[in-house]
Design a protein around this ligand. Structure first.
Ligand code: GDP
Ligand code: MN
Length: 396
């Protein structure tokens, strides 16, 4: 589950990580009130107005702007709220902005130059260990740094039996070229960041930029946080942070029905039981010259109600030109699934895309007979290749 910047910063602050402070506003008036309050609390004269959407690259898309007085706060917040923000990480239509974070300006001049770093914590799946990735090249696209100057990205792996050790935090601060107060601040920053990552059951924390202010404080200016969905049951306070407006509406609906659905860009909808078979079915569709429109695992119980729910979800995607149902009847008998498909089809009235059903396993022959004699516009297949050929034929 992804969070907004302001939510990520809330979590960081609760673990003692220094953050650029801010207040969320839903309209221009709230933004002005937030700016006044921040000036009182922090003494800041300038404010940054930051669009809160689940996408990075907001600065590049015009979603992060500096306001030098309250008139500018009002004007900028008014123009950002309600806009469709297009960034290198959104689709061409962009993302609707419902709220902004009004934040204190932390790039103020002082005794030294400000500098921007990159620090993230994530799981290294190859070693099964958490790691801290960091770079002196913060503030910009880390993907570009990785491509052009990969030697400027460092990693530090953490042994799960000891956790992050003090010398590792010092090594990071050293490699980032810091000394004096900034060095000490960075070791503290890294240690509390890592604690926040572990204790919030996150799968990623990406802070870009981490700022060294002109008076040598180290703080998080941005925060991209993903919490592991599987941990939300025991992290209720984070589960409540979910913003469904930021998520794919069909996926949200499917999730509520207990269907494991991922929306994709293709033209063939698929309904499968079991994640492995779903992956194989997507390969099959590609080989037949189609592109999967979704990943959909209906799970173990493919009864009529579930099949109907799955049909409805698949058909919400207007790009779907054919549906391939590929179910292995192990625990669930094929004839039951076939009856489920037939009942669901009849219940739904008209379905305007061709349907190919491959049922294999217990009572597959009875299932095929049921489908063939149903009088419905549903084609049956027994073999994998046969199903692929039928998909190819309906796409042609
Ligand atoms: P992103 O573009 O979505 O990654 O959003 P960020 O939160 O990283 O902000 C983008 C850029 O805005 C940062 O890299 C900074 O250069 C700039 N920025 C953020 N906060 C401030 C601030 O307080 N003052 C100034 N002058 N610039 C800021
Ligand atoms: Mn950023």
């Amino acid at each position: 589950m992804n969070l907004h910047e302001y939510q990520g910063k809330e979590i960081l602050a609760s673990f003692g990580v220094r953050i650029q402070r801010g207040i969320v506003a839903h309209n221009a008036q709230e933004a002005v009130a937030a700016a006044k309050q921040l000036t009182e609390e922090t003494g800041t004269g300038w404010h940054v107005i930051k669009a809160q959407v689940h996408a990075g690259g907001r600065g590049k898309g015009g979603g992060v702007k500096l306001a030098k007085n309250l008139n500018e706060v009002e004007e900028i917040a008014g123009s950002i709220i309600g806009m469709n923000l297009v960034t290198p990480q959104t689709s061409a239509e962009g993302k609707k902005v419902h709220q902004v974070l009004v934040a204190e300006d932390v790039y103020y001049p002082g005794e030294s130059e400000t500098s921007e770093f990159y620090v993230s914590v994530l799981l290294n799946r190859a070693t099964g260990r958490n790691m801290i990735m960091y770079s002196t090249e913060g503030g910009m696209d880390i993907e570009e740094v990785a491509e052009k100057t990969p030697h400027l990205i460092y990693t530090e792996e953490i042994d799960p039996s000891t956790g992050l050790l003090a010398f590792q935090a010092r090594k990071i601060a050293f490699n980032l070229g810091l000394s004096g107060l900034a060095f000490k601040e960075m070791t503290k920053f890294v240690a509390s960041l890592y604690k926040a990552y572990v204790e919030s059951d996150s799968s990623m924390f990406e802070i870009n930029p981490v700022l060294k202010t002109s008076d040598n404080k180290i703080m998080a200016v941005d925060a991209k946080v993903s919490i592991d969905d599987n941990a939300l049951y025991r992290r209720k306070q984070y589960a409540e942070m979910r913003d469904l407006r930021e998520e794919n509406p069909i996926e949200v609906e499917a999730g509520a029905l207990g269907l494991n659905y991922v929306d994709l860009d293709g033209n063939v909808g698929c309904m499968v039981n079991g994640a492995g078979l779903a992956m194989a079915t997507m390969d099959l569709i590609k080989q037949a010259g189609g592109e999967p429109a979704n990943f959909l695992d209906v799970g173990g119980t493919a009864d009529a109600a579930r099949v109907e729910a799955a049909f409805k979800i698949i058909l919400k995607d207007p790009a779907v030109k054919a549906i391939l149902i590929n179910i292995f009847g192990g625990i669930v008998r094929c004839d039951r699934v076939a009856q489920g498909v037939i009942d669901a089809y009849k219940n739904m009235g008209t379905i305007n895309v061709p349907i190919i059903v491959r049922l294999q396993g217990t009572n597959a022959d009875i299932a095929k007979e049921l489908i063939d004699n149903s009088g419905l516009d549903v084609q049956s297949a027994v073999e994998f290749q046969e199903a692929a050929d039928k998909v190819k034929a309906v796409l042609a």
